[in-house]
Design a protein around this ligand. Structure first.
Ligand code: SF4
Length: 374
């Protein structure tokens, strides 16, 4: 692990406000935050605004509990805390994707209190099947495009969307190359660096993110690999939070060769087809992305997909990172575990929270899992 890069990435992802202020000074534009996950940043960019992922790391909860139940996931409560305490006032608006009941409720709370001048939701399709899903989502993107134009005064037309798609595709391509280094050249970089690079790229204007990722790639590709011999594991779930958890996993001797996390491989892989009509291309990407909890698909795709990736990278086990009170992933987990048990693949479920005081109890469990796999 290269501490220098890790520190640099972490400092960037902690200072999204600084990056927004610098960008606003130069451009005079507006910044629009987006909650994880599946918000097409291309639309925000093409509307002339700066898309900023609200990562909500390291937030101490206080006022959020006045507005939201304590048994909501810590990501939603952390975002609410930032909004209610006006620590996101550097943003001009926020887009809340409906990926679960919690985000639906959060959207209503945020709109009711007008924490930011602009709050918009994104009703992502709950089914990937049938022609209706594509035309529905295209209409929903049109609605969001018009709403964003109302904020910025710039309509995300085809030309602007094509430009934004190309830029985002290039950023995703560099992230995917980093992800492939982790998988194909063991010992060259750590999972902590890969995830930190991803988080930093989400907090920066896309041109700056591209430049940063290219510098990192150029340096990482020249490294001499550190011999890696520990059991290979795959990470599954939504996010790797808190980031220090990755160090816990790697320092137990486990090699993270692949992740199927939503804020990970699912975000990074698969660009938008730049040859299609831009809105249709964005809609198609959404429908063709890796299967996600809460999206209806009559085939048992998530378990099949996980088993296929386990075989592809020669993983000995799977670590599920599931946020406490995250209903969709908690409901999904037993079925995934059953599929793994039937295939004889050991798995470990870690319940995480953004506000975890100590990682020591999890460290003990991760070390025991590593011993079992060795
Ligand atoms: S962590 Fe789970 S409950 Fe929370 S916003 Fe994400 S999907 Fe919804």
């Amino acid at each position: 692990m290269n501490r220098e890069w890790l520190d640099q990435f972490e400092a960037i992802s902690r200072d999204a406000a600084g990056a927004v202020a610098r960008w606003k000074e130069k451009s005079g534009g507006k910044a629009v935050g987006w909650m994880l996950t599946d918000v097409p940043e291309e639309l925000i960019l093409a509307a002339g605004a700066l898309p900023v992922a609200v990562l909500a790391e390291g937030v101490t909860l206080g006022v959020a509990d006045k507005h939201f139940q304590g048994f909501a996931c810590s990501y939603s409560r952390s975002v609410l805390e930032l909004l209610a305490s006006r620590r996101l006032s550097y943003l001009d608006g926020i887009v809340v994707p409906y990926i679960c009941d919690t985000t639906r409720a959060l959207d209503l709370v945020v709109k009711h209190h007008r924490f930011l001048p602009f709050t918009e939701c994104l009703r992502i399709p709950k089914s990937t099947l049938g022609a209706g899903a594509l035309s529905y989502y295209r209409q929903e993107l049109l609605r969001l495009a018009a709403s964003l134009a109302g904020l910025t005064g710039t309509y995300p037309d085809q030309a602007r969307l094509r430009e934004a798609i190309q830029l985002l595709n290039r950023v995703r391509d560099r992230l995917e190359r980093i992800r492939r280094l982790l998988r194909d050249r063991p010992g060259l970089l750590s999972a902590s660096e890969y995830f930190a690079a991803l988080r930093a790229s989400l907090a920066l204007p896309k041109e700056e993110a591209l430049e940063l990722l290219e510098r990192f790639l150029a340096e990482a590709e020249k490294r001499v690999p550190v011999p890696a011999a520990g059991p290979v594991v795959i990470l599954a779930g939504k996010v790797a939070e808190p980031p220090a958890l990755l160090e816990v996993i790697e320092s137990a001797g486990l090699q993270v060769k692949e992740d199927l996390l939503v804020l990970g491989g699912r975000y990074v892989t698969g660009g938008v087809d730049a040859k299609l009509d831009p809105l249709e291309a964005l809609a198609r990407r959404q429908l063709q992305q890796w299967p996600m909890v809460g999206v209806w698909d009559h085939r048992p795709r998530r378990a099949d997909f996980l088993l296929e990736r386990i075989a592809a990278v020669g993983a000995r086990g799977v670590i599920f990172l599931i946020q406490k009170f995250c209903e969709p992933w908690e409901i999904d987990y037993p079925g995934m575990k059953e599929a793994l048990d039937q295939a004889g693949i050991p798995s470990l479920r870690l319940e995480t929270e953004y506000q975890m005081g100590s990682l020591e109890p999890l460290r003990t469990r991760v070390e025991a899992f590593a011993e079992m796999l060795a």
